[in-house]
Design a binder for this molecule. Structure first.
Ligand code: ADP
Ligand code: MG
Length: 270
């Protein structure tokens, strides 16, 4: 079978000219006739904590799914770490990635969801070891050593043998973060990681995320936690109806929103 060359989306230079970790240029995404992303432009720099906020249905999760190869964009261009998502470049030609290659790319991106999605029949330790052993073929001894270090990092060194059902929501979410980190991602995506937690458990998860930020991890965080955005965020984008309405430094946007839609949204979450 010969390889298909394609010209993705618009013509133009495929290489990301910047050193951004994520770069979106007029990204469009539709589900059938419904356009969910209507031309997203943004840039997430290396080492940055990039906060994405907006009302329900504005396309935040869809955008994260596009970055993580779970959805294909319909138009525009999207790069992760300098490479067009979904394509491989050979000379000046682009080839659509095969499923196996997509799986390879996805290893570099960690994702943490609102619902922790741990394997219920596995212990904490087994959950964190699973990816490195099954996907990367790492030895159990190495995976265990790293998993224990990561559990320590998320404050759960005393829980390696607990099952998810024996942990609080905050603890489960910290295991989920450790599990994502075990794959040594270069980018972490957080989709409302504290939205399902009881209020008293939110802080312990945000503290782990703050630690990651201090260690230089590049993170895109969808959240309604504006305190976290203000204190930890380097950039903030407010999305509504599939477009970027406003962007800037979190402290600036939160203190001084320019657009009515941003003001209306912030008045509900602040
Ligand atoms: P947010 O995360 O900001 O709440 P989403 O990205 O989840 O927004 O959803 C944006 C819009 O896209 C919503 O109207 C949602 O119903 C729609 N949508 C999301 N996923 C799908 C899908 N797989 N098929 C059809 N519509 C979808
Ligand atoms: Mg969402």
């Amino acid at each position: 079978m010969s390889e298909q060359t394609t010209t993705p989306q618009d013509a133009g230079p495929p290489k990301d000219p910047s050193t951004a970790m994520v770069r979106a240029e007029t990204v469009h995404k539709s589900y059938g006739p419904i356009e969910v992303l209507k031309g997203i432009d943004l840039e997430v720099r290396q080492g940055e904590v990039f906060v994405l906020v907006g009302p329900s249905g504005s396309g935040k999760s869809t955008f994260l799914r596009c970055i993580n190869h779970l959805e294909k964009i319909n138009a525009g261009r999207l790069w992760v770490d300098g490479e067009l998502v979904g394509y491989r470049q050979k000379g000046d030609r682009l080839y659509e990635l095969k499923d196996r290659e997509v799986a390879q790319k996805r290893r570099d991106i960690g994702m943490v969801f609102q619902h922790f999605n741990l394997f219920p029949h596995m212990t904490t330790l087994e959950n964190v070891m699973e990816g490195p052993v099954q996907v990367k073929g790492e030895s159990k001894a190495d995976a265990k050593e790293r998993a224990m270090r990561l559990l320590e990092r998320v404050g759960l060194a005393d829980k390696p043998r607990s099952y998810p059902s024996q942990l609080s929501g905050g603890q489960q979410q910290r295991v989920a973060i450790a599990r994502a980190l075990a794959m040594e991602p270069k980018l972490m995506l957080f989709d409302e990681p504290t939205s399902a937690l009881d209020p008293e458990l939110v802080g312990e998860v945000l503290d782990v995320m703050r630690g990651l930020a201090e260690d230089g991890m590049t993170m895109i965080v969808v959240t309604h936690e504006m305190g976290f955005a203000r204190e930890v965020g380097d950039a903030l984008v407010f999305m509504d109806g599939g477009v970027v309405v406003e962007a800037g430094h979190p402290r600036e946007v939160l203190a001084n929103p320019r657009h009515e839609r941003t003001k209306a949204f912030l008045s509900k979450v602040l």
